[in-house]
Design a protein around this ligand. Structure first.
Ligand code: THU
Length: 136
């Protein structure tokens, strides 16, 4: 199967695991590395609503925890007819690892975007001063 189609399929499957009893808005995300590994995430809500985490950040943080640092595409499926774009917080968190990330939004046909176009002039690792020299 075409890798982008497979990634959208993984996001659709990840959506099944969403824990969204408050909003009932279930989201799945799938992130692909250059080596072809795919990491899935779903939104996980909380009774303390502000502690909810989006599907995209769950996928990214799962991948990083597994040792990944490079990503080429993320697919997002919220089960809607219209494409659901990532929220601002997720754009920022994804941008940490590169604004050339391709963003695939489930729809018919799917919408393909570049993260840097969704978050122009973003603040990133290169905006911080170099770490101070270690003191002896
Ligand atoms: N949500 C995501 O998981 N990803 C998005 O890109 C947009 C919003 C979740 C958060 C919350 O659980 C629900 O969707 C409604 O905002």
């Amino acid at each position: 199967m075409d890798p982008d189609r497979a990634l959208l399929e993984a996001a659709r499957a990840a959506r099944e695991r969403a824990y969204a009893p408050y909003s009932r808005f279930r989201v799945g995300a799938a992130l692909r590395t250059p080596g072809g590994r795919v990491y899935r995430g779903c939104n996980v809500e909380n009774a303390s609503f502000g502690l909810t985490i989006c599907a995209e950040r769950v996928a990214l943080q799962t991948a990083v925890a597994e040792g990944e640092r490079a990503f080429e595409a993320v697919a997002i499926d919220a089960g809607q007819a219209a494409p659901t774009p990532p929220c601002g917080a997720c754009r920022q968190v994804l941008a940490e690892f590169g604004v050339d990330l391709r963003v695939l939004l489930a729809a018919d046909p799917p919408v393909v975007l570049r993260l840097g176009d969704l978050l122009p002039r973003s603040f990133g690792p290169g905006d911080l001063p170099p770490p101070a020299e270690a003191r002896s």
